[in-house]
Design a protein around this ligand. Structure first.
Ligand SMILES: O=C(O)c1cc(=O)[nH]c(=O)n1[C@@H]1O[C@H](COP(=O)(O)O)[C@@H](O)[C@H]1O
Length: 277
């Protein structure tokens, strides 16, 4: 089955399900809080519960690959199953893998996450552009061919990110601005939304760069890292409607009750709607 472009599918999901991405981040501390063991079995119960609670409800689920990889191949098998079940229930899956490498190796990462035959095929994947934006080309091309998307780190939510991302290149352009400019070029002419997104933390005091990339802006940092939905209009300005606010721990801490997870996600959707009138 040929998928419509990711940007089109994402816009529809945000408009119909509400503007929210929930991260599946099975921290050891969350497993313990849910009364689960820090084992593959605990991981599987945790992930299955989040998918059961939210995949039929929220626009995007974002499994954080690291928390599955720490259990080795059996953890990755849980990740594969979670991706499949979440997609089958109607959520778009954004694989948070933050991969980055030379182009020829990036092609292999792209095969892993953006090729429909792969067990980890996802609707989109996070990548690091810090080996040079051009190194992402194989991922951008494979995504286009398969109706998938790519989110490149631009201004991350952690305070350390600035030393690299705010650095100014020889031509006077800040590094993050160059990433955003190249994403905008990839998205040129796409309607209603391009398939190539930027990651811009909701925790920023001020973006200070042009966020009008005609693509989605993944905004982590809401909740546990201190940002709120009310911060989004200030950080994102005119681009705020293209923001995909992302929350992990501040939703997940409400489990293992399926109802409580759903209520928490619904509250965040409501808070976004109130903040962005
Ligand atoms: O790409 C991301 O999702 C991401 C980028 C970023 O700048 N900051 C950031 O926190 N993230 C991820 O978003 C999630 C944040 O989790 P919470 O702080 O629990 O909501 C983690 O999985 C992070 O790896």
């Amino acid at each position: 089955m040929t998928l419509a472009p990711f940007g089109t599918r994402l816009r529809h999901a945000l408009d119909t399900r509400g503007q929210l991405c929930v991260g599946i981040d099975p921290h050891a501390s969350l497993l313990a809080a849910w009364g689960l063991e820090d084992t593959v079995a605990g991981l599987e119960t945790f992930s299955r519960t989040v998918v059961e609670a939210l995949a039929g409800r929220v626009a995007v689920l974002k499994p954080q690959a690291a928390f599955f990889e720490r259990f080795g191949s059996r953890g990755v098998a849980v990740l594969e199953k979670s991706v499949e079940e979440a997609r089958a229930a109607g959520a778009l899956v954004l694989m948070d893998a933050k991969r980055g490498d030379i182009g020829s190796t990036m092609a292999a990462y792209a095969e892993a996450f953006l090729s429909p035959g792969s067990p980890l095929f996802s609707d989109a994947v996070t990548v690091s552009p810090y080996l040079g934006f051009g190194s992402l080309r194989p991922a951008l091309d494979l995504a286009t061919a398969n109706g998938a998307g790519v989110f490149a780190l631009a201004l991350t939510s952690n305070p350390e990110g600035a030393e690299v991302q705010r650095a100014v290149g020889a031509d006077g352009e800040p590094v993050a601005a160059a990433v955003l400019r190249q994403l905008a070029a990839e998205n040129a002419g796409a309607e209603p939304l391009g398939s190539f997104g930027a990651v811009v933390g909701a925790t920023l005091a001020d973006a200070g760069v042009d966020l009008a990339i005609n693509g989605p802006l993944l905004a982590p940092g809401i909740g546990a890292q201190g940002a709120t939905m009310a911060d989004l209009p200030r950080v994102f300005g005119a681009s705020v409607r293209n923001v995909v606010p992302s929350v992990s721990r501040d939703v997940l801490k409400h489990g293992p009750s399926v109802e409580a997870l759903r209520s928490a996600a619904d509250r965040f959707v409501q808070e976004y709607a109130e903040a962005v009138k």
